[in-house]
Design a protein around this ligand. Sequence first.
Ligand code: HEM
Length: 538
Amino acid sequence: GTPATVSPTGVATGAPPISKAQQGDFLTTSTGTRLRDTDHSLKAGPRGPVLLQDHHFREKMTHFDHERIPERVVHARGTGAHGYFIGYGTAADVTRAAFLAKDVRTEVFVRFSTVLGSRGSADTVRDTRGFATKFYTEEGNFDLVGNNIPVFFIQDAIKFPDVIHAGKPHPDREIPQAQSAHDTFWDFVSLHTEAQHHTMWNMSDRGIPRSYRMMEGFGVHTFRLVNAAGDTALVKFHWKPKLGVHSLTWEEAQLIAGVDPDYHRRDLYDAIEAGAFPEWELGLQVFPDTPDETFAGVDLLDPTKIVPEELAPVQPVGRMVLDRTPTNFFAEVEQSAFHLGHLPPGIDVTNDPLLQGRLFSYVDTQITRLAGPNFNQIPVNRPHAPVNDMLRDGFHQQAVHGGVAPYRPNSLDGGNPFTAGADQAAFADLPVTVTEAPKVRASPASFADHYSQVRLFWLSMTPVEREHIINAYTFELSRCYHQEIRERQLQCLANIDPVLCAEVAAGLGLPTPEATEPVADVAPSPALSQVGQAWPPD
Ligand code: HEM
């Protein structure tokens, strides 16, 4: 038998590459026939009707008619850049991932985005920003699909459709694009109070970054690492921007959204073209892999909680430089597809219920968005590691697979023996113990604390940052038309901090409610303030 031969890109060898520039001396049809005229349709006489036989007209028009693909269901608005990552070798104690070894250089692609706006929406709205990185490692792709805010609105993925329905434009009027003037958003976050932490980050200056180059990035979830000896550790991923964290003021953001809605997109492109390559350091907060998966009283499986950096310092493990802009936005940015399950050996998931649900959602949506199951063959998604899978056929299949036996082991495609478990370099699922527990639709008791870390964030802010937060809540809630929703959100603020609550209530002309639970006794975390922060820290 003939061994299966697949090129490293997963695409059949021998086919000539599709012209990048699609330029040349001759204009042709999509099948290579040279054309004489592309400006006149074929007619029955110069004044006559157009003939159905005009293949060139029909091909040109049909293709145009199908140029659009669905935008992402969330994070539709974004931009991207290529670059590289260099490992420091400082993570060897905790992970065997090869791309983190000293001086290993790995190509990367990053897509930055807003969450709620549609593809053509303005860049400087108040929103969370996506920060998705694809590392084309020699052990396969690693997608770190993060945000610029270290916590999330919900603790269980099953609520994701709900929180997005509440945040997207109202179904009747299709306004607005972001969180301002939004009754459903405030209704959701005041009823599902675990969302209060993420919401305060949105109301802070972090919700209106000055530039994608000046944002932190967070993996949010806790991941599990495994080193060469098989020891495991729990970890949170952080990106620290070399330029520091900077924001716009609300007034600047509003003006820019009108004058230059492409502001962040332009800023990234212009900086890279000018040679001012943005840079981030990748850092790890490492925690012991204890049975309760808790550190300093924080349940590490709860994605609405951070671990203050004062308690678990961020340890630098490598740096990323973005030095190349896309040549074609559609091919590189729109067609990029990230997934949390793209993990190299040495990095694994945890039982965080938000993370677990994301593992399902991304591929599922991409099958619709990119029309079929073969989107990992699209150039921007192809790994730089060799591919030898048993996936066959399907819409938009680009590979011409050799061999006759896409199953392992087999006795027909000789030279490709496969013994389960024999490849020591392969990704190995960690034999994490799953506790004997009844099947339930429930959360752990530790997920019930929805206010203490919101207070921690508030107490960590400088006076000017607090003023911005008060103004943001006041402005946004003043655009909320339902009195009961405003009052319910004020009630949440009362449980966070009495001063914050009183200021916002005064701004809204409403009475200040009493807290319904004792305000938490927490110490501020100076690292949460973006004022006067430098990276690396002194
Ligand atoms: C994009 C689902 C939580 C970061 C998306 C997309 C879906 C999705 C369906 C569109 C993907 C595509 O069309 O290719 C979910 C679900 C979540 C969740 C179900 C929770 C249960 C999060 C969290 C983060 C995050 C916690 C950050 C840590 C992103 C980013 C993108 C994205 C950055 C844009 C990726 C790109 O640039 O193409 N998400 N998401 N998501 N999500 Fe999530």
